[in-house]
Design a binder for this molecule. Structure first.
Ligand code: GDP
Ligand code: MG
Length: 378
C-alpha cells in the first residue's frame, strides 16, 4: 500500500484537495481521487513546495524504538575520558595469566584480590581494574582467541588495546601469530610484551627479530608499536607496560558518557544454584545502576545485586567497569550486548521476540542436520 492518501496529504500540508489533485495530475500524468494513495517521493515534492518536510514514519516496534534510543545516546555530546580496556593475548604458557596476576598484585585496587568472596559470590570474573598514577585501566583475561574472535564477529569490540605476550625463551609461536592477526583485524592498538626475560635461555633479540618480521615495529624502527621487556616472575617491566598502556590510551582519546543509561557487553554468564543467573558485564558507555532494567541479548531483568571486580557490592558502575550482577531471567550469551531500557515491559517484549527468532534459527539448523542424516541413511 502507498504510504499516504490524497486526503491525508491535503490535511498534512494544508493544501486544498482540488488543488492537490491538479498538482498530482501535472506531476504524474495520472488521475487521483481523494482516496488514492500517493508515492512518498511525489508527496514529498509537493510538501517541499509548501516548505514542509515529510518524514516517513517507520513502523514503531519496541525494538526499533530501542534502536532509535541507542542511536540518540550515541550521538550524545557529553563525552568524558574513560579508562582503556586492555586484552592480554598470546601463545599458551607464554605468561598471560601470570602477567595479569603480577599487574594486579602491584596495581590492583585491593591487596586481598584473590581470596575475596564478598557476598558469597565466587570470583571467576575475568576482568580487573588496576590503577597507576591516578589512571585506571581495565584488563580482560580472555580464556582463548575463540572468545575474542566470536565477540568481534558479532561486532562487539570490547578491547581498545591488545597486549601480545611472547615468551623470550620460546619466541613467536603459532598462537602468537594468530593473536596478532586477531588484534589487527579488530583494529586495536598493539603493545608487545616480551615476557620471561629472567630465564637463562631468554633470547630477546631473536624474539624481537621474529616480531619485526611480522611487521610489528617499535618507533626506533619507524613503527608505532611499543615493545616492553618484562618478567611476570620478577616484576621487571611491569611499570613500563602500564605506562605504555597509558600513553596509547591517551593518544586514542577514549571517551564515554557516564550520564547516560548503561550499555556494554556481557563477558560471561552462568547459572548458580538458587541465586539464579550471574552475569559479568563490561559497562562501555553510560552508568549501570542497581534497580536498572537490563536487556541483554534475548534475556532481561532488573539489577537486583551488583558487585565490582573485587566482589564488593556496589550501587552503580560507569564506563569501562566490569561488574557482576544478579537479575537476568536466563543465561545470556557471552558476547551479547546489553542496554538499560526504560521499563520491564519493553525489555520483556524485545527479549521475547529475540527468543522466538533464535529458536526459529535453531529449528532450521536442526532440520538441516536431520536432512543430511536422512541422505546418509538412504
Ligand atoms: P598463559 O597460558 O599464557 O596464561 O601462561 P601462564 O601465566 O599460565 O604461565 C605459564 C607458565 O610460565 C607458568 O608456569 C608460569 O609460572 C611461567 N611464567 C610466566 N611468566 C613467567 C616469567 O616471566 N618468568 C618465568 N620464569 N616464568 C614465567
Ligand atoms: Mg592463562
Amino acid at each position: 500500500a502507498l504510504p499516504i492518501t490524497v486526503r491525508t496529504l491535503s490535511e498534512t500540508i494544508g493544501m486544498k484537495v482540488g488543488e492537490l489533485i491538479l498538482k498530482l495530475k501535472n506531476l504524474t500524468n495520472s488521475l487521483f481521487t481523494i482516496n488514492s494513495g500517493v508515492e512518498f517521493e511525489v508527496a514529498e515534492m509537493i510538501a517541499i513546495e509548501k516548505k514542509i518536510e515529510l518524514v516517513a514514519k517507520k513502523q514503531v516496534t519496541a525494538e526499533s524504538s530501542l534502536e532509535a534510543t541507542i542511536t540518540e545516546r550515541k550521538a550524545s555530546a557529553n563525552q568524558l575520558p574513560r579508562p582503556p580496556i586492555v586484552t592480554i593475548m598470546g601463545h599458551v604458557d607464554h605468561g598471560k595469566t601470570s602477567l595479569l596476576d603480577r599487574i594486579r598484585q602491584q596495581y590492583g585496587l585491593s591487596s586481598d584480590v584473590v581470596s575475596t568472596e564478598a557476598g558469597g559470590i565466587t570470583q571467576v570474573l575475568r576482568a580487573w581494574r588496576v590503577e597507576k598514577g591516578g589512571k585506571s585501566t581495565t584488563f580482560l583475561d580472555t580464556p582463548g582467541h575463540e572468545a575474542f574472535t566470536k565477540m568481534r564477529a558479532r561486532g562487539a569490540n570490547v578491547t581498545d588495546i591488545a597486549v601480545i605476550v611472547v615468551s623470550a625463551s620460546d619466541g613467536v609461536m603459532p598462537q602468537t601469530e594468530e593473536a596478532i592477526a586477531h588484534a589487527r583485524a579488530a583494529d586495536v592498538d598493539i603493545i608487545v610484551a616480551i615476557n620471561k626475560v629472567d630465564l637463562p635461555d631468554a633470547n630477546i633479540d631473536k624474539t624481537r627479530r621474529q616480531l619485526y618480521q611480522l611487521n610489528l615495529l617499535p618507533d626506533t624502527m619507524g613503527g608505532d608499536v611499543p615493545f616492553v621487556e618484562c618478567s611476570a616472575k620478577t616484576g621487571k617491566g611491569i611499570d613500563e607496560l602500564l605506562d605504555s598502556v597509558a600513553v596509547l590510551a591517551e593518544l586514542a582519546e577514549l571517551t564515554a558518557d557516564p550520564t547516560q543509561a548503561g550499555s556494554g557487553t556481557c563477558l560471561e554468564a552462568y547459572l548458580e544454584g538458587d541465586r539464579g543467573v550471574i552475569a559479568t558485564l563490561l559497562v562501555q558507555n553510560g552508568t549501570l545502576s542497581k534497580g536498572d532494567v537490563v536487556l541483554c541479548g534475548a534475556t532481561f531483568g532488573r539489577v537486583r545485586a551488583m558487585y565490582d571486580d573485587l566482589g564488593r557490592p556496589i550501587e552503580e558502575a560507569g564506563p569501562s567497569t566490569p561488574v557482576k550482577f544478579i537479575g537476568l531471567d536466563e543465561v545470556p550469551d557471552a558476547d551479547d550486548p546489553f542496554y538499560v531500557v526504560d521499563n520491564i515491559a519493553t525489555a520483556r517484549e524485545i527479549a521475547g521476540k529475540r527468543r522466538e527468532r533464535r529458536s526459529e534459527t535453531d529449528r532450521f539448523k536442526f532440520q538441516a542436520v536431520n536432512l543430511d542424516k536422512l541422505k546418509e541413511q538412504n
